[in-house]
Write a protein that binds this ligand. Structure first.
Ligand code: ARG
Length: 266
């Protein structure tokens, strides 16, 4: 049974521009965003049997919906994010309070180091990968590696459209990986190729990368991904996954999709 932290989009909108997807002029259609979010949640709860924990939305925190960035949860420990941009730093006290209320041991990264939670740190059970440069700093990974006794391989993100690792890198339960090679430098691509065998890796095509194909949530043999990624779906089917495409274009206006809207709690 999976548990995910989510936050209803009551106050979601584009109120600032901190990534190349966000345009103040590109207004969110609120009713549409709410409907898309509810369909996504319905798939998790009804189709996949996921337990959803809801963080209460806060006026003035339009990106709180992207709970992948709340922090990183490992067992009963929660590392609260330290956001790069002041616009999102205001989320930190709210999520810290939630983790404390839920009885998590809360870890804070030292001030001055940025870390944007499960949006930048993801991987397989033994090896994790940490995206850095755009949002998180490489310096957090040795600290987290020591704390959680996991190898963390840093991956530099070189394309500003793919500013969090979860926008271009999606590990799957069977050891496979969806990724967008262009988002990484030569060294990063080489490390990925050394760690994940060829037949387990799928390089998503350009047009599906910008439709956020990699921003998918894998629950067992099910993959929930944004609509409009047919080639990625065909590959997933060939590996035995059941796919659940969801239209999430209102959230893509803010630079996020399925994965960004969830935080794994186990
Ligand atoms: N507008 C948000 C930001 O720029 C989107 C966050 C998407 N989250 C993610 N895990 N990729 O921070």
């Amino acid at each position: 049974m999976s548990r995910l932290l989510v936050c209803p989009p009551d106050f979601f909108g584009i109120e600032y521009e901190i990534n190349p997807w966000m345009r103040l002029s590109n207004r969110v259609d609120h009713a549409r965003a709410v409907a898309q979010w509810q369909i996504l949640m319905g798939i998790f709860e009804k189709d996949l049997g996921v337990v959803l924990e809801r963080l209460s939305p806060v006026p003035g925190l339009p990106d709180l919906v992207f709970t992948a960035n709340a922090g990183l949860v490992v067992g009963r420990t929660a590392v609260v994010s330290r956001f790069r941009y002041p616009e999102r730093q205001r989320e930190e006290t709210h999520v810290e309070q939630w983790f404390r209320e839920q009885g998590y041991e809360v870890v804070r990264i030292e001030a001055g180091l940025h870390f944007e939670g499960a949006g930048d740190l993801l991987g397989f059970s033994d090896t994790w990968f940490g995206g850095y440069r755009q949002r998180s700093d490489i310096g957090v990974y040795p600290i987290l590696s020591e704390r959680f006794h996991r190898e963390i391989i840093p991956l530099e993100l070189v394309d500003s459209r793919f500013y969090h690792l979860d926008t271009c890198f999606c590990p799957l339960s069977g050891g496979e990986l969806l990724y967008y090679p262009t988002a990484f430098d030569r060294y990063g691509r080489q490390v990925i190729a050394e760690r994940i065998p060829d037949e387990l890796r799928f390089a998503v095509p350009d047009e599906e990368a910008i439709t956020f194909a990699c921003n998918a949530v894998c629950v067992g043999k099910h993959v929930v991904l944004p609509a409009g990624c047919p080639t990625t779906q065909v590959w997933l089917h060939s590996r035995g996954y059941v796919t659940h495409p969801v239209l999430l274009d209102e959230f893509i206006k803010s630079g996020g999709a399925a994965k960004c809207l969830t935080l794994a709690l186990d």
